[in-house]
Design a protein. Structure first.
Length: 435
């Protein structure tokens, strides 16, 4: 985790003290269940809670023990015994390290997902607000980066709103998929521990029992989680790249908010660069980078190996912390985005009416011209305009072959900008509902 791109709420989920607190809760809840089943004394379970519930675990001491034992869970249990005393011998009865590690990891993933869902809500709220504000603000739509036909800036924001709405639904599903608990013992057979212990721990930790674990929780669940984060990151970048293009000097239809005292370049005082959007592009790449190792972690030897462990120690914190930061930054970017309708209209007019070429094409076919002939007629008049040699409307009016099918009034009718926006309300209702 890089402090520059880390918010404290998400970072706290991955701090050692938090991890050891979750480990303790898993062990203590398991002790409660074991006590109810008569496997360990009830007083022992009570003592575990009483002695360690409010304890601040000594991270340095645990690290010291691990340097000798070369085993993190054993190091923790040894330190826990120092706090609890003799009754600690009843902790971890019939359990294996993965029971603690995997269940803890899934608790952390669900907590991280909850923060990310809240972040997505902020992004969605900002997009909706700005989309409604610019619902009918005309701008040019582009395909291949080239002027195509008119759209509205509100539609651009609505596209993003719909995309992030899907992202939210995917994250809810990914959270559910990863919210499982395994307290099944060595090789997952429950030979040394009753399945009812797992049920108790799962309920206490806000999880559900893993139907079948092989000593580890299956990593296809985690692969889906990280894949979902990767898709969300791609949606972040898609919007960021849109802003980067719109802020180019030759376009300047929108730009990031530039605060008082902000500097764009160490060399050129005039610069106002899309640094937030570029930053989001880089952060998105990092989140996506963890998808491949998550997929590779699915493949483990037999009932358990630890080839996944080292990767997950980095992936879990880094991917969630980075996406959390990116989503909050994106919400702020959208909320403060500077929009320039006059420049949008200027760019719409830049090609001398060529954005209406399809309407003219269709009008000619409606009046009897074949599609092939209509296309040739329209393109014949469009290419000079593309080269800066005239106005599309005027050239069409002067073309005798076009006039065989369309009057001047009928040609002019095809240049109505509002025609392109007649279904904007319908699209907005689909995206935002009736509100």
């Amino acid at each position: 985790m890089i402090p520059r791109y880390t918010r404290p709420e998400m970072a706290s989920i991955w701090e050692p003290q938090t991890r050891f607190k979750i480990w303790f809760e898993i062990e203590a809840h398991a002790a409660d269940a074991l006590a109810e089943l008569g496997t360990i004394p009830k007083e022992a379970a009570k003592t575990v809670w009483a002695k360690a519930k409010d304890a601040s675990f000594d991270v340095a001491r645990i690290d010291e023990i691990e340097r000798e034992t070369k085993h993190d869970v054993i190091a923790f249990l040894t330190h826990l015994a120092e706090i609890v005393g003799p009754e600690a011998r009843f902790v971890h009865q019939g359990m294996t390290s993965s029971d603690v590690l995997d269940t803890c990891l899934n608790v952390q993933f669900t907590r991280a997902a909850d923060l990310l869902l809240a972040d997505l809500d902020k992004v969605l709220a900002a997009l909706k607000k700005r989309a409604l504000e610019h619902k009918m603000t005309p701008t040019i739509g582009r395909s291949h980066g080239i002027h195509a036909e008119p759209v509205t800036f509100g539609l651009k924001l609505a596209y993003a709103y719909a995309e992030f709405s899907r992202a939210r639904e995917r994250l809810i599903a990914a959270r559910k998929e990863v919210a499982t608990c395994a307290i099944s013992g060595a090789v997952g057979t429950f030979a040394q521990i009753d399945p009812r212990v797992e049920q108790h721990v799962a309920k206490a930790m806000g999880l559900v029992p893993e139907p079948i674990s092989t000593q580890v929780i299956p990593r296809d669940r985690h692969a889906m989680y990280f894949s979902t984060l990767g898709v969300i990151a791609s949606s972040v970048e898609r919007f960021a790249v849109e802003i980067r293009h719109m802020q180019r000097t030759e376009v300047l239809e929108a730009e990031e908010f530039f605060s008082e005292g902000q500097k764009g370049s160490s060399a050129m005082p005039h610069k106002r660069n899309p640094v937030l959007s570029e930053n989001l592009t880089g952060l998105s790449r990092m989140v996506r980078a963890y998808v491949t190792p998550a997929l590779e972690n699915v493949v483990l030897w037999h009932e358990r190996d630890i080839s996944h462990s080292s990767a997950e120690r980095m992936m879990g914190p880094d991917a969630t912390v980075t996406l959390d930061f990116a989503l909050v930054r994106l919400a702020g970017l959208i909320d403060k985005l500077l929009v320039y309708p006059a420049n949008m209209q200027k760019n719409l007019d830049r090609l001398g009416g060529l954005v209406h070429s399809q309407r003219v094409l269709l009008a000619l076919t409606q009046k009897g011209a074949s599609r092939e002939d209509a296309y040739k007629l329209v393109q014949r008049n469009a290419m000079p305009v593309w080269r800066g040699e005239g106005d599309f409307l005027q050239l069409l009016k002067k073309d005798a072959d076009v006039k065989k099918y369309l009057t001047d009034a009928e040609i002019e009718e095809q240049f109505d900008l509002g025609y392109h926006f007649k279904h904007v309300d319908t699209i907005f209702k689909r995206v935002f509902g009736e509100s």
